[in-house]
Design a protein around this ligand. Structure first.
Ligand SMILES: [Zn+2]
Length: 133
């Protein structure tokens, strides 16, 4: 499974001429917008070209580096302290930060992968048109 939003953003940027404004906009919502067979085939072809030309791997590399930089930053909730201190009637209670699982660092999730585009291109090619939902 992949993150849809960064993938769709990439598709709109690199294959925006295949999609019309309604496709691009409605692709952001899971409301059953239909992409025709002709457009799906064109998207598959375009994505295969972008994979061959290493445009996709360059994008994936950018996202990977970004995620790695994020992982070096302090957690937004505990600010690197790894614990949260809460006041209660019996005094202060220290609990492991639930946001970072006590690592003190941000998660740095990778939001775009080459494999996802490969999978999506193959899906587009065989879909015969598809609904976004
Ligand atoms: Zn934390």
């Amino acid at each position: 499974m992949f993150l849809w939003w960064p993938l769709w953003e990439f598709v709109c940027r690199e294959a925006g001429d295949i999609l019309d404004k309604t496709d691009r906009w409605n692709g952001c919502f899971n409301q059953g917008h239909y992409i025709s067979k002709r457009k799906a085939s064109a998207l598959a072809e375009r994505l295969e070209t972008l994979l061959r030309r290493r445009v996709v791997s360059a994008e994936a590399g950018w996202h990977l580096r970004r995620a790695r930089r994020e992982r070096k930053k302090n957690c937004r909730v505990c600010h690197g302290r790894r614990v949260l201190v809460q006041r209660s009637d019996s005094g202060r209670v220290r609990t492991r930060c639930h946001h970072c699982d006590g690592t003190g660092r941000r998660r740095g999730v990778v939001k775009f992968r080459t494999a996802w585009i490969r999978e999506f291109a193959s899906f587009c090619a065989s879909s015969g048109g598809f609904r976004i939902d």
